[in-house]
Design a protein around this ligand. Sequence first.
Ligand SMILES: O=P(O)(O)OC[C@H]1O[C@](O)(COP(=O)(O)O)[C@@H](O)[C@@H]1O
Ligand SMILES: [Mg+2]
Ligand SMILES: [Mg+2]
Length: 329
Amino acid sequence: MQTLAQHLSSQGIQAPLAQLLTTLADTSKAISHAVRHGALAGVLGATEQENVQGETQKKLDVITNDMLKEALTADSTVRGLASEEEDHIVEVGQSGDFLVCFDPLDGSSNIDINSLVGTIFSVLPAPSGELSEQSFLQAGRQQVAAGYVLYGPSTMLALTTGQGVQLFTLNPETNEYLLTNDAMSISKDTSEFAINMSNQRFWEAPMQTYIADLLLGKIGPREKSFNMRWIAAMVGDVHRVLSRGGLFTYPTDNKNPEKPYKLRLMYEANPMSFLVEQAGGKASTGYETIMDIQPSEIHQRVAVILGSANEVDACLEYHGQDYSEEPSL
Ligand SMILES: O=P(O)(O)OC[C@H]1O[C@](O)(COP(=O)(O)O)[C@@H](O)[C@@H]1O
Ligand SMILES: [Mg+2]
Ligand SMILES: [Mg+2]
């Protein structure tokens, strides 16, 4: 089995990007260790702080953010970073080639129940000139690499540099990432979907109708039964989609009119969309392709519908229809 270093060299990845990906992978090993020792080290539970998005930070949100920030600051290839847990962008060097956007601990509400969590990262080219938030506001299409690390029964790293998606598994004996799947591929069709059903009454008409039709199963217009899963950590749900197909969505809702979307574009939706597209799937908001969105701010949120290509298309058909005449469900 190839190590990560052997794989990067066999793919012809240039030295600066290989260095950055190695930094991210090495830091994820330390995060995996910290997550595993959470209860023993007394770092489960919440802090008394909120992040810029008004969410109470878990202790491990702060710890893992600091670990990544420290490692990326020490890496000469990094010009700047943006994180879910940082109010503003952080300039870390004068001359690095890359900007890194990350969610240090995704699914952190799972941390106290010993369930799946992960780290998500997106690598963008650093434009020349002075660094500002504007430098980061590049469409997902500009990403040079993206990936996630899943801290589950095994620690796994899914990575794309635009040449398919490779999956590495951390060998706990040697603390080395080994290539365990050299071409993750999402089946075109699926009979599994993932959505937080408790928000049903807050969805727009297209999503209401689409999910209602899935739930009708064989007796509905889709004429087949669907199963449902919800891990409450995007990283876990997307890993399942990459592993065995499926549709994952966190759609627009009107629960809080000031916050119609949950997932963040720069460090959740874009990197996951890059992985999903590279594995043969699709990722959309319902109305536009996620990776084509021109971002307007670093913590911007978007609706996400991603996964098996034919199922995403089926869902998008519902978004192309006019519901103005129909009574709401
Ligand atoms: O609480 P809900 O509605 O189940 O939402 C779960 C979603 O929120 C998130 O946990 C947000 O991520 P963070 O934990 O990084 O804030 C996603 O990973 C997940 O898909
Ligand atoms: Mg997250
Ligand atoms: Mg997070």
